[in-house]
Design a protein around this ligand. Sequence first.
Ligand SMILES: [Zn+2]
Length: 265
Amino acid sequence: MLPHRLNLRTSSPVAADSPSRCPACHADIASQDINITEGVAFCRSCHKLLRLKDVIASADDEALREAAKDEPPDGCWASDDGTEIIIGASARSLGGALGALAVTLFWNGIVSVFVVVAIAGTLLHTIGFIPNWFPSPNVNGGPTSSMSLGMTIFLWIFLTPFILVGLGMFGAFLVCVGGRTEVRIRDDVGTVFTGIGPLGWNRRFSPSLVRRVALEDHRWRDSDGDPQRRQQVVIEADKVLRFGTMLTEERRRFLAGMLMNELKR
Ligand SMILES: [Zn+2]
């Protein structure tokens, strides 16, 4: 029985490109069973009233699964030798690397001038003199040679955030050169590796306990307080794993689609 308020309209942009499916039983939902104004849909197969946003999310998941059946896009790989399934994506990006390198060199070039002064002051107050080979500006008689201990300490504290930001920029450069995310599934052990080249960390999960695989929005505020948004892959199993923010959208979607196909049938 159809609830009578589901007097459904036919103008449905949802059904335009991809067929709407019931998230529960995967049956097609006809466009006249979708009510945009009420934000609901009705599945005639399992007689369920559904939230429209669940139907849309389910249609997107379907698109992800389908796309992952094609050849992996550039920068992605997938293999299954019968014992182990490997699904991975690289964060490599030439444009990103060049951009990050330029910013890193510029920022650290400026910061390094002050770091050299701070090191010179530190040498002065620890070993008592500044070696001649040390590339400090105005070693003899200059401002460095008369820097007080308090000034040296202040300079280090003042410089710390600038040094950390510079290291972060360098890290972003390394990610663009060799960053990768790889999921391995073997027997009932799943591992998510995130790192740069061979360096990184592994997180384990249990493939048989996977309840959900999805692409989710990750929102945060940057150092200026501006809202930022990025998508990430989420695996909900014995624990919740989130990864893939450093990947391009195409690679992240491939990773998510492959994992949906492999982990959640
Ligand atoms: Zn259904």
